[in-house]
Ligand binder design. Structure first.
Ligand SMILES: C[S@@+](CC[C@H](N)C(=O)[O-])C[C@H]1O[C@@H](n2cnc3c(N)ncnc32)[C@H](O)[C@@H]1O
Length: 194
């Protein structure tokens, strides 16, 4: 985990309300150093990590092996579109700091809808566009969202926003400057499922 994303991940886990026996899919887990926090949320949680990067997948798998989490965790890679799971596989889905890289968000929402169990919840956490504009590295290759754009995205993909929480925190930028970062934690479910 990028250290500066620790707060985003912890707060996203609170919003996810994980409980014992939940089957969780995380999209874009990165190095996986936060997975212990997930497994601590209840007994017998099954964690499935899916990333487009074989390097991140390997790093997270190794981290889990070295820390004794192998039996509760499984890692896969994919093309960023078709998720390698049967329909209605997961109670919950978590994704932090990946929305900007979804090339085809409508396909991602379709897949999230397909692999979620009925009444399942997905928590999507993203930095607000205004903050991202202050960070030069996001100029290219990042699709930026604010509250309104995210609401529109959910609406056009027939997802209902159950909760949308803004959080502002002070962090060090990648250039070690103090910046105020605003992000959103959204809990969504396919319309007609709640
Ligand atoms: C900025 S990192 C965020 C890592 C971690 N979630 C965090 O917040 O610190 C983005 C991660 O998402 C992965 N990624 C990008 N697009 C993705 C997609 N469509 N589906 C799944 N993973 C994706 C990248 O390979 C990388 O591991």
């Amino acid at each position: 985990m990028n250290d500066s994303n620790g707060g985003m991940i912890k707060n996203s886990l609170e919003a996810l309300h994980l409980k014992s026996n939940d089957k969780l899919l995380e999209l874009g887990h990165g190095n996986g150093k936060h997975i212990n926090l997930i497994l601590e949320k209840g007994d017998n949680i099954s964690y499935y990590g899916l990333d487009i990067s074989p390097l991140m997948s390997e790093e997270a798998r190794r981290h889990c092996q070295e820390n004794g989490f192998s039996t509760q965790t499984e890692f896969s890679t994919y093309d960023g579109l078709k998720m390698p799971y049967p329909d209605q596989s997961f109670d919950k889905i978590l994704t932090v700091n990946t929305l900007y890289f979804w090339d085809q968000p409508e396909e991602m929402f379709k897949e999230i809808r397909r692999v979620l169990k009925p009444n399942g919840i997905a928590t999507i956490t993203f930095v607000d566009e205004e903050t991202m504009k202050q960070q030069a590295f996001t100029e290219f290759g990042f699709t930026k969202y604010n509250k309104e754009k995210f609401e529109l995205l959910c609406k056009s993909n027939q997802f209902e926003i159950v909760e949308l929480t803004p959080i502002t925190e002070q962090i060090k930028s990648h250039l070690f400057q103090d910046i105020s970062r605003r992000y959103w934690i959204a809990s969504v479910n396919p319309k007609g499922e709640s």
